[in-house]
Design a protein around this ligand. Sequence first.
Ligand SMILES: NC(=O)c1ccc[n+]([C@@H]2O[C@H](COP(=O)([O-])OP(=O)(O)OC[C@H]3O[C@@H](n4cnc5c(N)ncnc54)[C@H](O)[C@@H]3O)[C@@H](O)[C@H]2O)c1
Length: 286
Amino acid sequence: MSSKRLEGKVAIVTGAARGIGRATAVAFAREGAAVVGIDIAGPVSKTLEVVPATVEELDETGRLVVAAGGKWNSRRLDQRDMGALRQAAAWTAETFGKIDILFANAGIQAFKPLLDMEDADWHDQIEVNLNGTCNAIRAVAPYLVKNGGGRIIITSSTQGQHGTKYGAAYSASKWGLIGLMKSAALELGQYGITVNAVIPGLIDTPLTRHRRRYAQAIDDLNNDEPLDKLEAAAKQKLAAKSPLGLPWLPPESIAPAVVFLASDDAYLVSGAAYDVTGGDSANNMA
Ligand SMILES: NC(=O)c1ccc[n+]([C@@H]2O[C@H](COP(=O)([O-])OP(=O)(O)OC[C@H]3O[C@@H](n4cnc5c(N)ncnc54)[C@H](O)[C@@H]3O)[C@@H](O)[C@H]2O)c1
């Protein structure tokens, strides 16, 4: 008998081109799963300072998944597009015979004071993070029902557990995801489907490594110091706040929690949020 925890499973991972999505796709493959990676692999919103992911990055995830022993395929789409997600889910079920796992992880982040917001500063994060994640669940869940059960894991955030200065849209989207996760757990349990959220702390991905994110971290949004000085100040402040002394956690540190939630071992875990924050959870209320 194989000791791999996801042997024979078919998983869809959104936001697979890089960061937490890539690390988890590779970890899924290491545990024996076939992975379909979904990503927009291009610009998402004009409100973002984050460098967009690329097709090459999505392909690189594929190479890493195959090197880890997994089957791989990818679909390039925007998760705001429900039709495209439904097509990707149907294609996955047809090609691999079923779907067992959805890791609905794709997301974006930007910072803007409420008083300065234009419509896109609010709408784009709600559309991508909250509506897009629900789209992924609505597109894939019917196949999990057909499968006689399955696993849904979504990516929320510590910012879905407290307020975020200059990050109202992101925080609201990530709090909303907790409500979505718990509601989905209540509805889908009868079909043998568990639904949980992973709560990453601050992770070392392109999402967090840019000027405006550093400036928000030191509570000086319009800081115009040279980037290396600003980064060093943010690093010091973040590390000081972290019980384990880490400014940013590696994305690979999140994947084991998602693998557990996707595995048979987690068959009685549902409606829960699972923190991997380097100790930052100790600063949160929830
Ligand atoms: N990095 C952190 O500190 C951190 C902390 C907590 C939660 N998160 C969450 O983790 C998830 C992954 O973030 P990451 O840090 O790996 O960032 P990342 O930017 O490295 O990866 C996010 C991926 O999602 C994709 N994506 C974005 N919008 C999309 C859309 N509309 N349709 C399809 N794909 C889309 C991007 O192209 C990118 O490849 C996000 O939901 C993020 O909010 C990140």
